[in-house]
Design a binder for this molecule. Sequence first.
Ligand SMILES: Cc1ncc(COP(=O)(O)O)c(C=O)c1O
Length: 444
Amino acid sequence: MTATDRREAFRQPLSESARLHEHAKKVMPGGNTRTTVHLDPYPAYANRGHGALVVDAEGEERYDFLNNYTSLIHGHADPDINAAVIEQLQRGTAFGMPTPHEVELAQLIVDRIPSVEQLRFTNSGTEAVMSAIQAARAFTGRPKIAKFEGSYHGSYDYAGVSTLAPESVWDEPAPLSTAYYHGAPQGMLDDVVVLRYNDTEMMERLIESHKSELAAVLIDPMPWRMGLIAGEAAFLERLRDLTRTHGIVLIFDEVISLRAAYGGVQSVVGVTPDLTTMAKIIGGGFPVGAVGGSAEIMAVFDPRGGKPKVPHGGTFSANPMTMVAGLTAMQKMTQQEFDRLEALGAYIREGLAEAMDGARVEGQVTGHGSLFGVHLHRRKLSDYRSSAGTPPERARVSAVYDGLLAHGIILAPQLTGCLSTPMTETEANLLLDAFSSALRETEA
Ligand SMILES: Cc1ncc(COP(=O)(O)O)c(C=O)c1O
C-alpha cells in the first residue's frame, strides 16, 4: 500500500471515520455539528495532533495548514500552552469572578493594537461581532449596518446577511441583502446595506444615501472566505473618511487577519478603525473572541452606575482556561516570530505561484504574513464575485484539495491556508511538492 493509499483509507466503507460518521448521523443532523467541517460524503475524523501534524482516526498523519481555521498559531499540543493550561486546570476552570489573566491578556492586546484602548472578551468571533454591532448601535442610536457581499463574519443574524450571494442575484444594480438562513425576517435584511468589496464608487453612493441610519460599517480587511483578497489602501482610506465624516462606527473584523501581523492588518494598511473584533489566535486554541476599540465607544459596556447601554455577560467569557492559553500563545508571538512567519509565508506564496507556472496552470496567489490563498484563474481579484470561481474552476479547486489531502496536506477546501510556528522550510517544501503533484494529477 502506498502512502497515498493509506491516506485515502478513511474513505473506505469499513474505516473508523466511516463508522463514526454512521453513528454521528443518528445523533446529529447530517452527522455534523459545525457546517464548516462537513465534507461530502463525510470527512476524516481527527484523533490527535502534535506540532504541525494531525493524525486521523485511521492513524494517518497529515501536515495541518488549516490549524482549526487559523486559530492554532502554535500548531497542536504546544508544550508551553499545555503547561499553562494544566496548571490552571488544577486551580479551577471557571469562576463567577474576574481573574488576573484576563487583565494581562487585555493589556497585551491593548499594547499591540493602538486603536484598541479597551476591550471585552467573548466566547467566539461570532459573539465579538454581535457585541461590536450592538455597541455601534448603542453609541450612535442608529439601526442599520453596512457590510460587504460575500464576507463571512460568523453566524450572528445581521452579520450573516449576504455572506452567501448566489449568482442569481448578481444582475441587480446593487447587491441585494440575501438571507444566510431560511426564515430570516425581512426587517433584519432591510437593516443591512450590502456593499461590494473594493468598489469605492458604490460604497460612496450607498453610504451617502443611508448615512443618517447607519450605525456601523463592518469590514474584514483581508477576508478569508473571499480567498484573502486585500482591501485596497485607497478604498479603505476612503471608507475611513466617509465613516468619520458621517459619525458611523468603522468595525474591522480581524478575527482571522490578526494573525497576519503583530498589530493586525490595520497596522499594515495604516487605517485605524473605531472597533476591532478578534478571536482565534488570542485564545491559544480555546474558544474565544474579543471586541475592542476607543474608550469612548467601549464605554457603552461599562456597568458602573447602573445598567450599561449594552449589557454583556457570558458564563464563560474570559474564562481562565482560555485566558492563560491565549496569554501564553500571544506572548510567544513576538515581533520576531511574526517576521519569521511572514518570511515563510512569502516563500510559500512564491512557491505556489511558481508551481502553477511550472504546471502551466492559470492561477494566482493571495495572502499576507502567515496566510495564503490559491486561485485557479487570473481574473483581477477585487471582490466576492471575482474570487468566487466558475463551476469548472470550482471543480478543479476540489480536485486539487483532494489531491493535497492524499499527499498529506490539509488546507481549507477553497485552497486557503495558514502557517503555525512549528513549521519551517521543511514543511513549506512538503506543501509545495504536494501542490505540484496535485496540480499535475488534476491536469492529467
Ligand atoms: C472574519 C471572521 N469573523 C467572525 C468569525 C466567527 O468566529 P467564530 O467561529 O469564533 O464564531 C470568523 C470565523 O471564521 C471569521 O473568519
